[in-house]
Write a protein that binds this ligand. Sequence first.
Ligand code: SF4
Ligand code: SF4
Length: 165
Amino acid sequence: MSVAHSGIPDQEEIKRVTPPADILAKKPSVMVECFQHIPCDPCAASCTFGAILPFADINDLPQINYDKCIGCGLCIASCPGLAIFVLDMTYSKDKALIKLPYEMLPLPRPGQLVTALNREGREVAQTEVIKVQKTKQKTYIISIIVPKELALVVRNIKVKESLNG
Ligand code: SF4
Ligand code: SF4
């Protein structure tokens, strides 16, 4: 099932927006999971490194110059669709770092264990939050650590108020 049919991208769609393997092997990179032609373009202006190319038409899908992306994550909070992530597969031998957008309460705290969710909202692992960044927008940027094999799977977190106090 594709985004158009279920709201959840299929493997082909995910493959199309996954950064090239040679980029992921050497540095952190943005992954823009934007699949539908809608009138929206703040992501392009948000990247001061020129990694998200200017839109010729506001209905275009984002085009990425992965060579220019430094994985800073500043574009994440610009996206009203919460469709932008950063993957760092160089974090360690077996772990990847994911930066993801988060607008729920309660906010997690650095060091807190939270539940990692896949694109369908299913629980797939427990994960550690290592950074919580406030932005100028209402969206926070949360950095989590996951096993590398889940880097293309985990796209959200669930925070329990009772966890760690
Ligand atoms: S992660 Fe940083 S460098 Fe990469 S596209 Fe986003 S704003 Fe630009
Ligand atoms: S801001 Fe988000 S939803 Fe809008 S075009 Fe960019 S990635 Fe897509």
